[in-house]
Design a protein around this ligand. Structure first.
Ligand code: FES
Ligand SMILES: [Fe+2]
Length: 395
């Protein structure tokens, strides 16, 4: 069985990059933040989604998403990546209500707008969905329900996993000269085939192929609603890849989870937290550009691969521990240490991605060959081409 990878031009050409922005990033539910990032009234986060500046802000206890562009002269309403500030444009002070409605204009007489003029001067709003602690936005004018993009299993996993993450988190950004899809395709390998080669002295040494002496009942919320998922997927190393059943659509299949046994060793921080997944590593792949990785439930890393250009990616990383036991103070140094461990592994991947990127740019005619254990990449490629309306014979 041979599948073909998507054409090299998808990784290198501006025309594909632009189309991705329109058809993938502005038409799907895209992760934008975690609810922990909005601790108070007027907490906000700004991001770019598919080239569009987006602002998410908490007002009257609720998160709302807006285009981060003032209807007056296009100044961003919030200019920092995150913070706490009212919804007031810093340029001429126009201010807006919780639904984005224009509320006040300083020196209003000078503008001389009629009430009718002002009806088109509200902030543009976007649909927002919160799944557990994961905040998604959708920039499409006519968004499909989030349940068509993610299977019930994935939504359940995100909700349940949320309760296994600490309130405290650390957040940082790394960059690399490679296309974002190389990152997503890398983490969705069904058997982690690159791990023994690329991560020989790091990740590979802590994963264990056979998991004797590890209780199969050790799972997030083992007696809760995840029990059904656990029974369905509780087999060997990376053996389980597809959430959803035969009725699942390609779009639902491109988000899935994987679990592998790995030896657990007590760490200096283990007794300070309530982990429910010791002895396992666990990943949830969230189409199109997110991955959540958990190592024994004690170290969790949420990664997002944000395209800046065909050959440039911004890698956003949030780290969490398991929820801390009562009386244990937050440990930012621990969360920062997780970033260091992650970066060490990521550097090994990036070194390969940047080499691959160069070859893709120099040999645009040759697609790659994928085997049976790379069906997840083939499914991703098929759905990607379908979305971009450039269907090709892909098998
Ligand atoms: S650009 Fe926002 S008030 Fe002028
Ligand atoms: Fe890797």
């Amino acid at each position: 069985m041979i599948y073909l990878s998507i054409p090299p031009a998808c990784y290198t050409e501006t025309s594909w990059f632009q189309r991705e922005r329109e058809k993938l990033f502005r038409e799907h539910w895209i992760l934008i933040a975690m609810t922990q990032q909005f601790p108070e009234e007027n907490s906000f986060v700004t991001r770019e989604v598919g080239g569009v500046p987006v602002l998410v802000q908490k007002m009257e206890g609720r998160l709302r998403a807006f285009k981060n562009a003032c209807p007056h002269r296009a100044c961003p309403i919030q200019t920092e990546p995150f913070g706490n500030r009212k919804l007031i444009c810093p340029y001429h002070g126009w201010n807006f209500g919780k639904e984005g409605q224009l509320r006040g204009i300083p020196l209003a007489e000078g503008y001389n707008f009629s009430e009718a003029d002002k009806t088109c001067m509200d902030l543009q709003t976007y649909p927002l969905e919160i799944v557990g602690k994961f905040v998604f936005v959708n920039l499409s004018g006519n968004p499909k329900p989030i349940t068509t993009q993610f299977s019930e299993d994935i939504l359940l996993l995100l909700r349940e996993t949320s309760s296994c993450l600490s309130t405290e988190f650390s957040y940082t950004i790394f960059t690399g000269k490679y296309n974002w899809k190389l990152n997503f395709e890398n983490v969705i390998e069904e058997q982690g085939q690159h791990i023994p080669f690329v991560h020989q002295n790091t990740l590979s040494s802590i994963l264990k192929k056979e998991g004797e002496n590890v209780s199969p009942n050790h799972f997030f919320c083992e007696n809760g609603p995840l029990a059904a998922i656990r029974q369905r997927y509780d087999s060997g190393l990376f053996a389980s890849i597809s959430t959803g059943d035969d009725k699942s659509t390609d779009i639902q299949r491109v988000s899935f989870f994987q679990r592998a046994k790995m030896p657990w060793r007590k760490q200096w921080f283990s007794s300070m937290m309530n982990s429910r997944d010791r002895g396992w590593c666990f990943t949830i792949h969230i189409f199109p550009n997110v991955n959540l990785f958990s190592s024994s439930g004690e170290c969790c890393v949420l990664q997002q691969y944000v395209p800046l250009a065909p050959d440039s990616t911004e890698y956003h990383s949030w780290t969490f521990s398991a929820p801390l036991k009562d009386g244990i103070r937050p440990m930012p140094h621990l969360l920062w240490g997780f970033h260091h461990a992650e970066k060490r592994i990521l550097n090994e991947d990036i070194a390969i991605f940047e080499q691959v990127q160069k070859v893709l740019a120099s040999r645009p005619e040759s697609a790659g060959y994928l085997g049976k254990n790379e069906r997840s990449l083939a499914t991703f490629g098929r759905y990607y081409l379908q979305c971009l309306n450039k269907e090709e014979n892909h098998e």
